[in-house]
Ligand binder design. Structure first.
Ligand code: FES
Ligand SMILES: [Fe+2]
Length: 396
């Protein structure tokens, strides 16, 4: 823990106390309260095309995994460490029935069953059935591969979302894994919650994106909105009301759907009506995350073209000085530290959305620890369709 420096009212400083973070809504490892909570949902761990005949490293919720696709076209997700003597399956060979470890040739199918032990008498026929390589169920949807890493008896249905269903003529679903919308590297080096709760912080938009980074979106988004927050049956939403020219009004709704979904309508306001994409925050481990997005598009590449620019440049083209002069979400969120120190914060009335999300998340984490199913984890027989409110709506 970090020692904390306090300033007395007379301006003198002294050291005392310990600065801390809320571990129940940040830490993602197996066995932690938050990690067990997150493991009760499906998470995207790759694009559909990431699963192929070359093993691919995946790190999710602090676990090292290997993704591949077997000869029948089915994706598989196994623990990287081979159940025999522990080398990584990253160097394995994908075969029609599964993946074969490079060291002694044990062959595992996509559910971790050991099908062959070539060094053993009779290929291990007597004993190989007693070995199971740890594995997780995966399903493909919306161009993404989702994994369930929790207890098998609690596995929920993989949800569908209304804004990504019932495509019109000429529409398709596109998936993207490039980074946070406002720009940054694919892997962002800070705790996932710093990014996630930012979605319920609409007040930073006119400051960070409307002033510091230049007018990153459109002029209307630079106006300070009137905001109301509400808990929903799936997360938290914010309604932001902004005046538009001609006496009209923009009602913009953004939502978070637990545990990691961000539903943010187009901030450039090119599209009115329901949001057209969903972003999932994947905690890689306690101090890094990445984002997978799926969206409804008319042209290939549309989703990735929605990236923000800073003075006409993409994020990765900026010099260090330009990052300082035009910071965006990456700079603000990574700038909070690897895991932000909640004990050192001073929340105010405009942090209501962040506080509401944290409280809801804490209640869900506690509910899972008490043996209940968390919000939105629907099981057999339930309707897997989730209806969302997010969108940009013009009112006069
Ligand atoms: S370590 Fe994998 S087969 Fe021996
Ligand atoms: Fe932002």
């Amino acid at each position: 823990m970090n020692q904390r420096r306090r300033h007395d009212t007379d301006g003198s400083a002294y050291w005392g106390g310990e600065a801390s973070f809320m571990d129940d809504i940040t830490l993602v490892g197996a066995g932690t309260a938050c990690g067990e909570y997150l493991r009760r949902y499906w998470h995207p761990i790759g694009l559909a095309r990431d699963a192929g005949d070359r093993p691919r490293k995946v790190r999710a919720l602090g676990e090292d995994l290997i993704l591949f696709r077997d000869g029948a076209g089915r994706p598989g997700l196994l623990h990287a460490r081979c159940a025999h003597r522990g080398t990584t399956l990253y160097y394995g060979r994908v075969e029609p029935e599964g993946i074969r470890c490079c060291y002694h040739g044990w062959l595992f199918d996509r559910e971790g069953r050991c099908l062959d032990q070539p060094c053993e008498p009779d290929h291990g026929a007597k004993h190989r059935h007693g070995v199971r390589q740890p594995w997780y169920p995966v399903e493909e949807r919306y161009g993404l591969i989702f994994a369930y890493m929790g207890p098998p008896e609690r596995q929920p249905l993989l949800p569908r979302y209304d804004i990504l269903e019932n495509l019109g003529d000429g529409e398709s679903i596109e998936a993207d894994d490039s980074s946070i919308g406002s720009g940054g590297p694919v892997i962002v080096p800070c705790n996932w919650m710093q990014h996630y709760e930012n979605v319920m912080d609409p007040f930073h938009v006119p400051i960070l994106h409307g002033s510091f980074s230049g007018a990153q979106f459109v002029a209307a988004m630079g106006r300070m909105p009137e905001v109301t927050f509400a808990e929903t049956d799936r997360g938290v939403r914010s309604l932001q009301v902004r005046p538009l020219d001609g006496g009209r009004r923009l009602d913009r709704i953004t939502e978070v759907v637990l545990p990691t979904l961000r539903v943010v309508p187009d901030p450039r306001l090119d599209h009115h009506g329901p949001a057209s994409s969903i972003g999932w925050v994947l905690p890689i481990d306690d101090t890094s995350f990445r984002i997978y997005t799926a969206g409804r598009v008319r042209e290939p590449g549309e989703l990735s073209r929605q990236r923000s620019r800073f003075g006409g440049k993409m994020w990765f083209e900026l010099t260090q000085e330009e990052h300082q002069r035009m910071p965006g979400d990456f700079e603000a969120q990574v700038g909070q530290g690897a895991i932000t120190l909640h004990s050192e914060e001073h929340l105010t009335s405009t942090d209501r959305g962040v506080a509401t999300l944290r409280r809801l998340m804490k209640r869900q984490v506690a509910a899972v620890a008490d043996g209940a199913d968390p919000l939105g984890a629907r099981r057999n027989g339930a309707d897997p369709l989730v209806r969302l409110d997010a969108g940009n709506y013009i009112a006069s």
